[in-house]
Unconditional design. Structure first.
Length: 77
């Protein structure tokens, strides 16, 4: 598994890698040392993904606040 820094990963790529790690851990065929390494990577991916999701949610909230201050006009064709 090629390890990328979370800052350079797309949210979707991080989630995909996290799902792979979960499957590997659930399979139970890893040594304790490997399982701990994958678990640590999974925690890091999870935190990074959560931060990216929070950032996206904040951006949506800001955009929605800006849009709500604009009065809607009737659409005429």
């Amino acid at each position: 598994m090629a390890l990328k820094k979370q800052e350079n990963m797309l949210y979707e790529d991080a989630i995909e890698e996290l799902e792979t790690i979960i499957s590997m851990l659930e399979n139970g065929n890893l040594s304790l040392n490997d399982a701990l390494k994958h678990f640590e990577r999974g925690i890091y991916l999870s935190r990074s993904s959560h931060e990216k999701l929070q950032t996206a949610q904040q951006q949506v909230n800001i955009l929605m606040q800006k849009c709500s201050s604009v009065a809607l006009q009737e659409f005429n064709q």
